[in-house]
Design a protein around this ligand. Structure first.
Ligand code: SF4
Ligand code: SF4
Length: 82
């Protein structure tokens, strides 16, 4: 198992520069229960990985490219790397 935290590896996989059977786990940012649903993080995301759910905002780990742009705008520090 290899752990990566950047979009470079995603691109390498996409363009077949890495073997298909290589087991790779990406680390995404997550939003905790501290979220007060202010919505400040959503427009910061360059890939639209953040969306509003019933009681808080959520980051889709399959879309997040781990850029970290959302983390500093959160007023309650609810966003962190997984
Ligand atoms: S870390 Fe970057 S890609 Fe992931 S949710 Fe935050 S802004 Fe979007
Ligand atoms: S900026 Fe923080 S408090 Fe506001 S919606 Fe995003 S995670 Fe929730």
């Amino acid at each position: 198992m290899l752990y990566f935290n950047n979009c470079l590896v995603r691109q390498l996989l996409q363009f077949k520069f890495l073997p298909d059977d290589l087991e790779v786990k990406f680390v995404a940012y997550v939003i905790s229960d501290e979220c007060i649903s202010c919505g400040a993080c959503e427009p910061e995301c360059p890939v639209e990985a953040i969306s509003e759910e019933e009681d808080k905002f959520h980051i889709d780990p399959d879309i997040c490219i781990d850029c970290g742009a959302c983390e500093p705008v959160c007023p309650v520090e609810a966003i962190s790397p997984e």
